[in-house]
Design a protein. Structure first.
Length: 343
């Protein structure tokens, strides 16, 4: 949909460059100062994944909704059409363990080629062009698993890359083409997860899946808790509503309080984002709703929240927008593609 003129004006390249430069100077210290997480930030365009961080850390490999930003139907004057540096990949995280050089990815998005490369170049760079020691999937919506195609014999011709998925998701890949071919050709090795049972990647790093309410046409949907040697993270890129989760006895507030950083579904900013559409039919919590829910948390807990999975229409993706300023004023953040967060 067309972005409103007054919002588009705030997205100009000059404003963007001014604000992102300030963000990059501060971002390496923002999370470290406010939540105890060590962090190094880079831009969302030509990202420098070099440097020499020690220990294990998370990398934000993408922050956009499944279709990326711009999406295929974004208008010609969408900022990400006009400036490559304003493009954003579909939501994905990576884990790198510096001591062993091993690395894992969360989600296999349509931007998998670029994200696998960036993950593999992260310090210390992999000895091969691409190294992925495992992929964790959340569910069977196409923007979260379709990147698996690049592991097939038409592309990488990978061998036994571990793919972690909840039982229905694993069965979906095993029994539906073309994904079953990846299993038969041993490009991937499916490893079924049990909700609430952690998977130890190496000593000190554990990933634990948990069920979340979201459209389940082909599989169940999970989020992940990532526990490192000293810090922990929450990853929930898709959920229908926090109320539905609460009705099942799970409280987001308690989850946020119990981790050091929380990447939360932020597909839409509010109900007025797409003119002419009834957004009540779009099952995602709005950023404004999530901020209201967490408003009474101490500022230290609110600063843990990093909004992720932003639709191409979401004004919060743009530094300098009124939506971004409001998020920051209330003590929350928007995830930045290229950020590194110590575990």
């Amino acid at each position: 949909m067309m972005i409103q003129n007054k919002t588009r004006a705030a997205f100009s390249r000059i404003v963007f460059q001014q604000r992102i430069q300030a963000t990059l100077v501060a971002a390496g210290f923002f999370v470290a100062c406010l939540t105890g997480l060590g962090c190094a930030a880079a831009s969302h365009g030509e990202t420098d994944y070099g440097g020499s961080p020690s220990g294990s850390y998370l990398i934000v490999l993408g922050v956009a909704q499944d279709g990326g930003s711009p999406q295929i139907n974004s208008p010609a004057d969408h900022p990400a059409r006009l400036d490559r540096d304003e493009q954003r990949y579909a939501t994905s995280l990576g884990i790198v363990d510096s001591s062993s050089g091993r690395r894992w990815m969360f989600e296999a998005t349509p931007d998998f080629r670029e994200q696998a490369w960036l993950l593999s170049r992260a310090a210390p760079p992999a000895p091969t062009s691409v190294q992925i020691d495992g992929i964790f999937l959340t569910h069977a919506h196409i923007g979260h698993y379709s990147g698996l195609m690049f592991l097939g014999h038409e592309s990488m011709g990978a061998h036994d890359v571990p793919v972690y998925a909840a039982p229905r998701m694993a069965e979906f890949l095993r029994t539906n083409g073309p994904w079953d071919q990846l299993v038969r050709f041993e490009n991937i090795e499916l490893r079924a997860l049990t909700p609430h049972e952690g998977v130890e990647l190496i000593a000190g790093i554990t990933v634990t899946p948990f069920l979340v309410p979201h459209r389940q046409e082909y599989s169940e949907v999970v989020g992940y808790r990532i526990d490192g040697p000293t810090r922990s993270a929450l990853f929930i890129p898709d959920i229908d509503s926090w109320d539905e989760w609460s009705d099942a006895g799970v409280e987001l507030i308690e989850f946020v309080k119990d981790v050091d950083v929380a990447f939360l579904d932020a597909t839409f900013y509010d109900d007025h984002e797409i003119p002419g559409r009834d957004m009540s039919t779009f099952p995602h919590p709005r950023i404004t709703e999530t901020m209201d829910l967490l408003e009474d948390l101490p500022i230290a807990d609110r600063r843990k929240v990093q909004f992720i999975h932003l639709n191409h229409t979401n004004p919060a993706q743009w530094p300098g927008s009124s939506a971004r300023r409001e998020i920051e004023r209330r003590g929350f953040r928007v995830a930045v593609q290229g950020e590194r967060l110590s575990l």
